[in-house]
Ligand binder design. Sequence first.
Ligand SMILES: *[C@@H]1O[C@H](CO)[C@@H](O)[C@H](O)[C@H]1NC(C)=O
Ligand SMILES: *[C@@H]1O[C@H](CO)[C@@H](O)[C@H](O)[C@H]1NC(C)=O
Ligand SMILES: [Zn+2]
Length: 472
Amino acid sequence: MIAFCCCCCVSFKTRIFFDSFESCFYVIVIHSFGILIGACVIFKQLFSRDVRVRSQVGFEPERRGSHPYLGVDFRTLHTRAESAGTIPARRIRRLFSFQRHLLSSRLLRGAPQLNPLHILDEDYCGQAKCMLERVGSWNFDIFLFDRLTNGNGLVFLTFNLLNQYGLIELFQLDMVKLRRFLVLVQEDYHNQNPYHNAVHAADVTQAMHCYLREPKLAESLTSFDILLGLLAAATHDLDHPGVNQPFLIKTNHYLAALYRNTSVLENHHWRSAVGLLRETELFSSLPAEDSLSIERQLGSLILATDISRQNEYLSRFRTHLDENDLCLGNASHRHFVLQMALKCADICNPCRPWELSKQWSEKVTEEFFHQGDIEKKHKLEISPLCDSEANTIASVQIGFMTYVVEPLFAEWARFSDTRLSQTMLGHLGLNKASWSAMEPEASGSSEEGESEPGRATEEPSSRVLSQGSQES
Ligand SMILES: *[C@@H]1O[C@H](CO)[C@@H](O)[C@H](O)[C@H]1NC(C)=O
Ligand SMILES: *[C@@H]1O[C@H](CO)[C@@H](O)[C@H](O)[C@H]1NC(C)=O
Ligand SMILES: [Zn+2]
């Protein structure tokens, strides 16, 4: 039984390798309990899993995975030569840790204290568990957490938060379905992307958690709002190709046509998330109208992260604050606040302590410059901020902070005037000063006359906005 099982695993493509291992595991469990009849059902499920659940009502979820452009596969876009050999090994390690994970979760099903970490190697386990005790801290080091969880940071963090808020119990979420959903979400991020990968998603989810705990939100949000906020954060960049919308448009990518050049990536992230929700049937026990409402609201939250629409959201927010008419007893106002919270979480990198913030800056710039290199290679116009010869990490960051991050967080601090908001603005100021010190000519006061075309000083607003659409 076990031998057959392993053969079937090997014959599957990597994409469903993970799933089949999960199924194999069931088979082993079933076998050991002598209930062979279950195996047929399991195998049937195994073969139907690769089929995307298609919508009967409402939105079409999208197929998962690689979308070629210019004959290049998205998934290999950011593969670096030195990491190529290590990916299979990493995958397998993660696979095994997931398998142990599943074992423990199945054995523990129904146990009151759900602990997702005890299957990890002992030494890492202790440290990761220890970190989770301070998961609401603004200094939380998501890079370290991701390493300690063997690259499973998004799964562990999201699971832990859902559990901590009591949402698993409240919504009667099936542990196996939930686990599978989170693993698929994590796997649908492209780990080859320097920036838009599962660690960014985990970081945004952690930031979202910090905002959900702010007094104004904590006392008004419903469990449903919190569930949506966390799910939206975890899935908001799902299957991000590592290039921005203008790139997809100018290379005639089919997603650009599908979404009519509008919020192309955000629509894709949303539909991909809906696809995974349906595939895993995570909310199948909820009434159909509730799960449809989750899908719809998830979309409205994820679409709000389109940075090219920032002004629209920001001026609405400003108007509410000026007129002091946000009423958090009203569901549509709460939803709007969640949209703003997710927007903040998505671009909060410059508000983190320097050591964390700096790493994000390096990663996002690496991704931009990589896009610029592809554009150069294919003789396409080089997108703003993507030309490594015309920009530096510092110039990109200073523009982004000045025109995108500062205005948003200034309003957020007006809405939620707490110690966290002051901390974030404090880091923002310090980080900007640090980058400015490295980039004296970009500080705006230079009159040396070396106005290089393509610098961040020219048309800063639109240039930075187009960067943002990639950073979101
Ligand atoms: C999207 O933009 C491209 C390039 O500007 C254009 O050729 C195409 O017609 C646009 N598609 C839609 C649906 O507007
Ligand atoms: C909630 O707010 C929306 C938008 O401002 C408004 O249209 C709606 O009437 C409000 N609902 C209630 C119950 O006050
Ligand atoms: Zn993002």
